[in-house]
Write a new protein. Structure first.
Length: 328
Protein backbone atom coordinates (compact mmCIF):
# COMPACT_ATOMS: atom_id res chain seq x y z
CA UNK A 1 0.00 0.00 0.00
CA UNK A 2 1.22 3.53 -0.82
CA UNK A 3 1.71 6.15 1.91
CA UNK A 4 -1.49 8.24 2.33
CA UNK A 5 -1.53 11.69 0.72
CA UNK A 6 -3.24 14.73 2.21
CA UNK A 7 -6.06 16.29 0.20
CA UNK A 8 -7.41 19.62 1.46
CA UNK A 9 -10.86 20.71 0.30
CA UNK A 10 -12.39 24.09 1.15
CA UNK A 11 -16.13 24.74 1.17
CA UNK A 12 -16.45 21.09 2.06
CA UNK A 13 -20.02 21.36 3.38
CA UNK A 14 -21.24 23.02 0.17
CA UNK A 15 -22.95 21.61 -2.90
CA UNK A 16 -19.82 20.75 -4.84
CA UNK A 17 -18.20 19.34 -1.71
CA UNK A 18 -21.09 16.93 -1.32
CA UNK A 19 -20.32 15.35 -4.70
CA UNK A 20 -16.56 15.73 -4.55
CA UNK A 21 -15.52 14.24 -1.22
CA UNK A 22 -17.05 10.82 -1.77
CA UNK A 23 -15.32 10.45 -5.11
CA UNK A 24 -11.95 11.45 -3.69
CA UNK A 25 -12.49 8.92 -0.89
CA UNK A 26 -13.37 6.22 -3.41
CA UNK A 27 -10.10 6.62 -5.32
CA UNK A 28 -11.59 8.27 -8.40
CA UNK A 29 -9.16 11.18 -8.20
CA UNK A 30 -5.80 9.65 -7.35
CA UNK A 31 -6.26 5.99 -8.18
CA UNK A 32 -7.57 2.96 -6.37
CA UNK A 33 -4.20 2.18 -4.80
CA UNK A 34 -3.72 5.61 -3.21
CA UNK A 35 -4.93 6.09 0.39
CA UNK A 36 -6.04 9.63 1.25
CA UNK A 37 -6.38 11.83 4.30
CA UNK A 38 -9.11 14.44 3.80
CA UNK A 39 -8.51 17.84 5.41
CA UNK A 40 -11.75 19.82 5.21
CA UNK A 41 -12.07 23.57 5.65
CA UNK A 42 -15.33 25.40 6.30
CA UNK A 43 -16.47 28.66 7.85
CA UNK A 44 -17.31 28.29 11.54
CA UNK A 45 -21.13 28.32 11.15
CA UNK A 46 -20.93 25.44 8.66
CA UNK A 47 -18.86 23.14 10.89
CA UNK A 48 -21.96 21.37 12.23
CA UNK A 49 -23.20 20.59 8.72
CA UNK A 50 -19.66 19.49 7.84
CA UNK A 51 -19.77 17.05 10.76
CA UNK A 52 -22.81 15.46 9.10
CA UNK A 53 -20.85 15.06 5.86
CA UNK A 54 -18.00 13.46 7.82
CA UNK A 55 -20.49 11.01 9.35
CA UNK A 56 -21.57 10.07 5.83
CA UNK A 57 -17.96 9.65 4.75
CA UNK A 58 -17.49 7.29 7.68
CA UNK A 59 -20.63 5.42 6.66
CA UNK A 60 -19.17 4.89 3.18
CA UNK A 61 -16.49 2.66 4.79
CA UNK A 62 -14.05 3.63 2.03
CA UNK A 63 -10.98 1.40 2.22
CA UNK A 64 -8.74 4.25 0.94
CA UNK A 65 -9.97 6.88 3.41
CA UNK A 66 -7.41 6.86 6.21
CA UNK A 67 -8.43 9.94 8.20
CA UNK A 68 -10.68 13.01 8.05
CA UNK A 69 -9.67 16.32 9.63
CA UNK A 70 -12.09 19.28 9.85
CA UNK A 71 -11.30 22.87 10.72
CA UNK A 72 -12.28 26.50 10.25
CA UNK A 73 -8.58 27.44 10.21
CA UNK A 74 -6.70 27.27 6.89
CA UNK A 75 -3.42 26.77 8.78
CA UNK A 76 -4.85 23.48 10.08
CA UNK A 77 -6.68 22.36 6.94
CA UNK A 78 -3.73 23.06 4.61
CA UNK A 79 -1.04 21.56 6.88
CA UNK A 80 1.24 19.38 4.74
CA UNK A 81 -1.45 19.19 2.03
CA UNK A 82 -0.26 17.48 -1.16
CA UNK A 83 -3.39 18.57 -3.05
CA UNK A 84 -5.66 21.53 -2.30
CA UNK A 85 -9.04 22.01 -3.96
CA UNK A 86 -10.24 25.54 -3.24
CA UNK A 87 -13.99 25.27 -3.73
CA UNK A 88 -15.35 27.41 -0.88
CA UNK A 89 -16.79 30.64 -2.27
CA UNK A 90 -20.18 32.13 -3.01
CA UNK A 91 -21.86 30.88 -6.21
CA UNK A 92 -23.48 33.39 -8.60
CA UNK A 93 -27.23 33.78 -8.96
CA UNK A 94 -29.29 34.18 -12.14
CA UNK A 95 -28.41 37.36 -14.05
CA UNK A 96 -24.87 37.67 -12.63
CA UNK A 97 -21.56 37.17 -14.45
CA UNK A 98 -18.93 35.21 -12.51
CA UNK A 99 -16.75 38.33 -12.43
CA UNK A 100 -19.45 39.99 -10.29
CA UNK A 101 -18.31 37.69 -7.48
CA UNK A 102 -14.81 39.19 -7.37
CA UNK A 103 -15.40 41.56 -4.49
CA UNK A 104 -17.35 38.95 -2.46
CA UNK A 105 -14.99 36.04 -3.10
CA UNK A 106 -11.60 37.63 -3.82
CA UNK A 107 -10.98 38.20 -0.10
CA UNK A 108 -11.21 34.48 0.61
CA UNK A 109 -8.23 33.59 -1.56
CA UNK A 110 -5.60 35.97 -0.13
CA UNK A 111 -5.51 34.39 3.36
CA UNK A 112 -5.79 30.94 1.82
CA UNK A 113 -2.79 31.64 -0.45
CA UNK A 114 -0.85 32.88 2.58
CA UNK A 115 -1.72 29.77 4.60
CA UNK A 116 -0.81 27.41 1.74
CA UNK A 117 2.51 29.21 1.42
CA UNK A 118 3.27 28.65 5.10
CA UNK A 119 2.06 25.14 5.83
CA UNK A 120 1.26 23.08 2.72
CA UNK A 121 3.62 20.51 1.24
CA UNK A 122 6.29 22.28 -0.84
CA UNK A 123 4.97 20.30 -3.83
CA UNK A 124 1.29 21.05 -3.26
CA UNK A 125 -0.90 21.06 -6.35
CA UNK A 126 -3.65 23.68 -6.02
CA UNK A 127 -6.87 23.76 -8.03
CA UNK A 128 -9.17 26.76 -7.68
CA UNK A 129 -12.84 26.03 -8.40
CA UNK A 130 -14.53 28.94 -6.57
CA UNK A 131 -15.53 31.70 -8.97
CA UNK A 132 -14.20 33.72 -10.66
CA UNK A 133 -11.80 30.77 -10.69
CA UNK A 134 -8.95 32.13 -12.83
CA UNK A 135 -8.55 35.38 -10.95
CA UNK A 136 -9.08 33.75 -7.56
CA UNK A 137 -6.22 31.39 -8.48
CA UNK A 138 -4.10 34.43 -9.32
CA UNK A 139 -4.92 35.96 -5.91
CA UNK A 140 -3.99 32.78 -4.05
CA UNK A 141 -0.80 32.41 -6.09
CA UNK A 142 0.33 36.01 -5.59
CA UNK A 143 -0.08 35.63 -1.84
CA UNK A 144 1.94 32.42 -1.65
CA UNK A 145 5.52 33.64 -2.11
CA UNK A 146 7.06 30.41 -0.80
CA UNK A 147 5.40 28.25 -3.48
CA UNK A 148 5.96 28.15 -7.23
CA UNK A 149 3.58 30.13 -9.44
CA UNK A 150 2.83 27.03 -11.50
CA UNK A 151 1.49 25.18 -8.46
CA UNK A 152 -1.71 27.26 -8.76
CA UNK A 153 -4.26 26.30 -11.39
CA UNK A 154 -7.87 27.16 -12.17
CA UNK A 155 -10.64 24.90 -13.41
CA UNK A 156 -11.68 25.15 -17.05
CA UNK A 157 -12.22 21.40 -17.18
CA UNK A 158 -15.97 21.71 -16.78
CA UNK A 159 -16.02 23.82 -19.95
CA UNK A 160 -13.77 21.25 -21.65
CA UNK A 161 -16.16 18.44 -20.68
CA UNK A 162 -19.18 20.45 -21.78
CA UNK A 163 -17.51 21.03 -25.15
CA UNK A 164 -16.80 17.29 -25.55
CA UNK A 165 -20.40 16.46 -24.79
CA UNK A 166 -21.88 19.09 -27.15
CA UNK A 167 -19.66 17.90 -30.00
CA UNK A 168 -20.49 14.28 -29.27
CA UNK A 169 -24.23 15.02 -29.40
CA UNK A 170 -23.89 16.96 -32.66
CA UNK A 171 -21.81 14.33 -34.46
CA UNK A 172 -23.55 11.31 -32.91
CA UNK A 173 -20.13 9.92 -31.95
CA UNK A 174 -19.14 8.96 -28.40
CA UNK A 175 -17.00 11.29 -26.31
CA UNK A 176 -14.37 8.53 -26.14
CA UNK A 177 -13.47 9.13 -29.82
CA UNK A 178 -12.88 12.88 -29.42
CA UNK A 179 -9.30 14.18 -29.06
CA UNK A 180 -7.59 17.55 -28.71
CA UNK A 181 -10.35 19.76 -27.39
CA UNK A 182 -9.16 23.12 -26.08
CA UNK A 183 -10.67 25.76 -23.82
CA UNK A 184 -8.62 28.95 -24.06
CA UNK A 185 -8.79 31.72 -21.48
CA UNK A 186 -11.20 32.52 -18.71
CA UNK A 187 -13.87 30.31 -17.10
CA UNK A 188 -16.44 32.89 -18.14
CA UNK A 189 -18.65 33.77 -21.08
CA UNK A 190 -15.57 35.09 -22.97
CA UNK A 191 -13.87 31.65 -22.97
CA UNK A 192 -12.94 30.20 -26.35
CA UNK A 193 -13.89 26.55 -26.85
CA UNK A 194 -11.70 25.80 -29.88
CA UNK A 195 -12.46 22.98 -32.33
CA UNK A 196 -9.71 23.86 -34.80
CA UNK A 197 -7.44 21.01 -33.64
CA UNK A 198 -10.16 18.63 -32.45
CA UNK A 199 -10.71 15.26 -34.09
CA UNK A 200 -13.66 12.87 -33.87
CA UNK A 201 -12.66 9.26 -34.54
CA UNK A 202 -9.63 10.70 -36.33
CA UNK A 203 -11.56 13.12 -38.60
CA UNK A 204 -11.13 16.88 -38.06
CA UNK A 205 -14.21 18.10 -36.17
CA UNK A 206 -14.54 21.14 -38.41
CA UNK A 207 -15.07 18.81 -41.41
CA UNK A 208 -18.04 17.27 -39.61
CA UNK A 209 -19.90 20.37 -38.42
CA UNK A 210 -20.90 23.60 -40.18
CA UNK A 211 -19.01 26.81 -39.37
CA UNK A 212 -22.38 28.44 -38.53
CA UNK A 213 -23.07 25.81 -35.89
CA UNK A 214 -19.53 26.12 -34.51
CA UNK A 215 -19.56 29.90 -34.16
CA UNK A 216 -23.27 30.49 -33.63
CA UNK A 217 -24.30 27.56 -31.43
CA UNK A 218 -21.41 25.51 -30.11
CA UNK A 219 -19.28 28.32 -28.69
CA UNK A 220 -22.15 30.23 -27.00
CA UNK A 221 -23.75 27.03 -25.67
CA UNK A 222 -20.52 25.94 -23.98
CA UNK A 223 -19.65 29.45 -22.79
CA UNK A 224 -23.11 30.06 -21.30
CA UNK A 225 -23.82 26.58 -19.99
CA UNK A 226 -23.24 27.58 -16.38
CA UNK A 227 -25.96 30.24 -16.64
CA UNK A 228 -28.33 27.76 -18.35
CA UNK A 229 -27.89 25.35 -15.43
CA UNK A 230 -28.53 28.07 -12.85
CA UNK A 231 -31.68 29.00 -14.79
CA UNK A 232 -32.91 25.39 -14.92
CA UNK A 233 -31.80 24.11 -11.52
CA UNK A 234 -32.11 27.27 -9.49
CA UNK A 235 -28.56 26.62 -8.27
CA UNK A 236 -25.18 26.46 -9.93
CA UNK A 237 -23.75 23.23 -11.30
CA UNK A 238 -22.39 21.02 -8.56
CA UNK A 239 -22.06 17.34 -9.52
CA UNK A 240 -20.60 18.14 -12.94
CA UNK A 241 -18.25 20.69 -11.36
CA UNK A 242 -17.08 18.09 -8.83
CA UNK A 243 -16.56 15.58 -11.62
CA UNK A 244 -14.48 18.09 -13.59
CA UNK A 245 -12.37 18.82 -10.50
CA UNK A 246 -11.69 15.08 -10.17
CA UNK A 247 -10.70 14.94 -13.86
CA UNK A 248 -8.39 17.97 -13.56
CA UNK A 249 -6.55 16.63 -10.51
CA UNK A 250 -6.43 13.07 -11.81
CA UNK A 251 -4.75 14.19 -15.02
CA UNK A 252 -2.37 16.49 -13.16
CA UNK A 253 -1.36 13.71 -10.77
CA UNK A 254 -1.43 10.71 -13.07
CA UNK A 255 -0.88 12.20 -16.57
CA UNK A 256 -2.74 12.64 -19.83
CA UNK A 257 -3.39 9.95 -22.46
CA UNK A 258 -0.89 9.63 -25.34
CA UNK A 259 -2.05 11.56 -28.43
CA UNK A 260 -4.43 13.75 -26.47
CA UNK A 261 -4.43 16.79 -24.23
CA UNK A 262 -6.66 18.47 -21.65
CA UNK A 263 -7.45 22.11 -20.79
CA UNK A 264 -6.13 23.65 -17.58
CA UNK A 265 -6.12 27.22 -16.30
CA UNK A 266 -2.42 27.83 -15.64
CA UNK A 267 -0.07 30.83 -15.38
CA UNK A 268 0.73 32.06 -18.88
CA UNK A 269 4.41 31.96 -19.83
CA UNK A 270 3.67 34.18 -22.83
CA UNK A 271 2.89 31.24 -25.14
CA UNK A 272 0.52 32.09 -27.99
CA UNK A 273 0.88 35.81 -27.17
CA UNK A 274 -1.11 35.48 -23.93
CA UNK A 275 0.11 38.13 -21.44
CA UNK A 276 2.53 36.53 -19.01
CA UNK A 277 1.21 35.76 -15.55
CA UNK A 278 -2.51 35.60 -16.32
CA UNK A 279 -4.14 32.33 -15.22
CA UNK A 280 -5.41 31.32 -18.63
CA UNK A 281 -6.91 28.12 -20.09
CA UNK A 282 -4.35 26.33 -22.30
CA UNK A 283 -4.11 22.91 -23.93
CA UNK A 284 -1.68 20.91 -21.81
CA UNK A 285 -0.15 17.46 -21.62
CA UNK A 286 0.95 16.08 -18.27
CA UNK A 287 3.65 13.58 -17.44
CA UNK A 288 5.26 12.80 -14.08
CA UNK A 289 3.04 15.36 -12.32
CA UNK A 290 4.26 18.25 -14.54
CA UNK A 291 2.08 19.96 -17.10
CA UNK A 292 3.34 21.53 -20.32
CA UNK A 293 1.55 23.80 -22.76
CA UNK A 294 1.04 22.17 -26.16
CA UNK A 295 3.19 24.27 -28.50
CA UNK A 296 3.15 24.96 -32.22
CA UNK A 297 -0.60 25.02 -32.87
CA UNK A 298 -1.76 27.18 -35.75
CA UNK A 299 -3.80 30.20 -34.65
CA UNK A 300 -6.28 31.52 -37.23
CA UNK A 301 -7.46 35.14 -37.29
CA UNK A 302 -10.74 34.01 -35.71
CA UNK A 303 -8.88 32.18 -32.94
CA UNK A 304 -6.62 35.18 -32.38
CA UNK A 305 -9.59 37.48 -31.84
CA UNK A 306 -11.27 35.02 -29.47
CA UNK A 307 -8.06 34.38 -27.50
CA UNK A 308 -7.33 38.11 -27.20
CA UNK A 309 -10.87 38.91 -26.02
CA UNK A 310 -10.72 36.46 -23.14
CA UNK A 311 -7.17 37.62 -22.25
CA UNK A 312 -8.47 41.20 -22.15
CA UNK A 313 -11.17 40.22 -19.67
CA UNK A 314 -8.61 38.46 -17.46
CA UNK A 315 -6.35 41.52 -17.60
CA UNK A 316 -9.29 43.67 -16.46
CA UNK A 317 -10.04 41.25 -13.62
CA UNK A 318 -6.37 41.39 -12.57
CA UNK A 319 -6.51 45.20 -12.59
CA UNK A 320 -9.67 45.11 -10.46
CA UNK A 321 -8.12 42.87 -7.80
CA UNK A 322 -5.00 45.04 -7.83
CA UNK A 323 -7.25 47.98 -6.95
CA UNK A 324 -8.62 45.92 -4.06
CA UNK A 325 -5.05 45.29 -2.85
CA UNK A 326 -5.36 41.52 -3.35
CA UNK A 327 -2.45 41.19 -5.79
CA UNK A 328 0.69 43.24 -6.49
N1 LIG B 1 -14.81 26.64 -11.98
C1 LIG B 1 -15.96 26.03 -12.21
O1 LIG B 1 -16.13 25.40 -13.28
C2 LIG B 1 -17.10 26.05 -11.22
C3 LIG B 1 -18.21 25.23 -11.42
C4 LIG B 1 -19.26 25.26 -10.50
C5 LIG B 1 -19.18 26.11 -9.41
N2 LIG B 1 -18.10 26.89 -9.23
C6 LIG B 1 -17.97 27.77 -8.08
O2 LIG B 1 -17.63 26.99 -6.93
C7 LIG B 1 -17.99 27.70 -5.75
C8 LIG B 1 -18.72 26.77 -4.78
O3 LIG B 1 -19.95 26.36 -5.33
P1 LIG B 1 -20.99 25.50 -4.48
O4 LIG B 1 -22.16 25.23 -5.38
O5 LIG B 1 -20.33 24.38 -3.78
O6 LIG B 1 -21.43 26.62 -3.42
P2 LIG B 1 -22.10 26.41 -1.98
O7 LIG B 1 -22.60 27.75 -1.54
O8 LIG B 1 -23.04 25.25 -1.99
O9 LIG B 1 -20.85 26.00 -1.07
C9 LIG B 1 -19.80 26.85 -0.82
C10 LIG B 1 -19.27 26.51 0.56
O10 LIG B 1 -18.09 27.28 0.77
C11 LIG B 1 -18.08 27.65 2.14
N3 LIG B 1 -17.17 28.78 2.33
C12 LIG B 1 -17.40 30.10 2.12
N4 LIG B 1 -16.32 30.83 2.45
C13 LIG B 1 -15.38 29.95 2.85
C14 LIG B 1 -14.06 30.10 3.33
N5 LIG B 1 -13.48 31.30 3.46
N6 LIG B 1 -13.38 28.98 3.66
C15 LIG B 1 -13.94 27.76 3.56
N7 LIG B 1 -15.21 27.56 3.12
C16 LIG B 1 -15.91 28.65 2.77
C17 LIG B 1 -19.53 27.94 2.47
O11 LIG B 1 -19.77 27.89 3.86
C18 LIG B 1 -20.25 26.84 1.69
O12 LIG B 1 -20.45 25.68 2.49
C19 LIG B 1 -18.82 28.90 -6.24
O13 LIG B 1 -18.00 30.05 -6.29
C20 LIG B 1 -19.23 28.48 -7.63
O14 LIG B 1 -19.52 29.58 -8.46
C21 LIG B 1 -17.06 26.88 -10.11
O1 LIG C 1 -21.85 29.29 -13.92
C1 LIG C 1 -21.60 29.33 -12.72
O2 LIG C 1 -21.70 30.37 -12.04
C2 LIG C 1 -21.16 28.07 -12.02
C3 LIG C 1 -20.04 27.40 -12.72
O3 LIG C 1 -18.97 28.28 -12.93
C4 LIG C 1 -20.46 26.75 -14.03
O4 LIG C 1 -19.82 26.98 -15.05
O5 LIG C 1 -21.43 25.96 -14.01
Amino acid sequence: MKTPVRVAVTGAAGQIGYSLLFRIASGAMLGDDQPVILQLLEVTPALKALQGVVMELQDGAYPLLTEVVTSDDPMVAFKDADYALLVGAMPRKAGMERGDLLSANGGIFKPQGEALSEVASRDVKVLVVGNPANTNALIAQQNAPKLGAGQFTAMVRLDHNRALSQLSAKTGKPVSGIRKMTIWGNHSSTQYPDLSQTTVDGTPALELVAQDWYEGEFIPTVAKRGAAIIEARGASSAASAASAAIDHMRNWALGTAPGDWVSMGIPSDGSYGVPEGLIYGFPVTVSGGKYEIVQGLEVSDFSRRMMDATAKELTEERDAVRELGLVK
